[in-house]
Design a protein around this ligand. Structure first.
Ligand code: GLU
Length: 305
């Protein structure tokens, strides 16, 4: 008999340890947790995106993990650290290179800005200089993906239909920087694939990265997860809330119940006000019962804890 059961949902939270959690990152953590755990046998994993070691702040990882625990967000499985996975990233990069999908690029940011024919949705589109004239110096080179003019479309569970043409709107993007650091786009799809992640819930600031990730997944013939990009929490100055606005984690100021109720409110769930005095687990159980992507507002909006 054919097994027709769908695989259990596996979600994840992937913070970069560049400082303590702020309210915006807690929203991503809680939403990804609820979306995964709402399903029967749903699993929620945590990965530390510490690839960019120069940006990693000492003590940030411990503080993030402590905060997640205090909010009752206990992860399944073992933690994954991107910094320990370079061999795996290199193997996949070599595979893409052998298949003719990459080329070395010796251009500096300044040179690209000076020669870029036009700007795409995420900066200048690389004009392919090093494809025509490969770098000759022994200087360190970056590795770029040759992108084709190909339309990538997907249905985001919050934002709805999204579409981007990789070749025209983004161009040949970097898979490994000239300092040897693997690009986020490459590392994240390898990690998500290897951990069996099939539901990615994260901030809307990564929406424009998603077509590049789908493009790479297609090249590798790996399955495409479902995506949900939650609106960003905006500070009163109109900027995305960041460590600049909240140098200290809200967990050092508010109780877990207060923080979780604020998150559920931001996610459009309308929790009763007195839930804020309950234990984290009680608030999360309420959240699990009421969470739905359809209740989440699409647009970034201001919110004060
Ligand atoms: N590490 C990224 C961040 O902290 C998130 C990556 C992802 O969710 O794909 O913004």
């Amino acid at each position: 008999m054919k097994n027709t059961s769908t695989p259990p949902t596996v979600g994840r939270f992937a913070p970069s340890p560049t400082g303590p959690l702020h309210f915006g990152s807690i929203v991503s953590a809680v939403a990804s947790f609820l979306a995964a755990k709402q399903h029967c046998n749903g699993r929620w994993l945590v990965r530390i995106d510490d690839l960019d070691q120069p940006r990693t702040v000492k003590g940030a990882c411990d503080s993030i993990l402590r905060d997640l625990e205090s909010l009752g967000l206990h992860h399944d499985g073992s933690l994954v650290f991107q910094s320990s996975r370079s061999d795996r990233y290199q193997r996949i990069l070599d595979h893409l290179t052998k298949a003719g999908h990459t080329y070395p690029c010796g251009c500096s940011r300044k040179e690209i800005l000076a020669s870029a024919p036009h700007f795409g949705e995420e900066g200048p589109i690389y004009p392919g200089t090093c494809l025509v004239t490969p770098p000759t110096s022994s200087d360190k080179t970056a590795v770029r993906l040759r992108s084709k003019s190909q339309r990538i479309s997907f249905i985001d569970l919050i934002q709805g239909g999204c579409e981007q043409n990789i070749g025209d709107d983004v161009g040949d993007f970097v898979l490994q920087r000239n300092d040897g650091i693997f690009a986020y786009q490459l590392a994240t799809i390898i990690d998500d694939h290897d951990s069996g992640i099939n539901l990615i819930v994260r901030g809307q600031d990564l929406l424009l990265s998603t077509p590049r990730q789908i493009y790479l997944l297609d090249l590798l013939s790996w399955s495409i997860p479902r995506y949900a990009h939650i609106p960003l929490v905006m500070a009163p100055d109109g900027q995305k809330i960041s460590k600049r606005h909240q140098p200290q984690s809200p967990c050092t100021i508010y109780s877990p119940g207060q923080i979780l109720v604020a998150v559920l409110t931001f996610l459009g769930l309308n929790p009763p006000a007195d839930l804020g005095s309950a234990e984290a687990n009680t608030v999360l159980s309420w959240g699990l019962e009421h969470f739905s992507f359809s209740k989440i507002m699409k647009h970034n909006h201001q919110f004060t804890l």
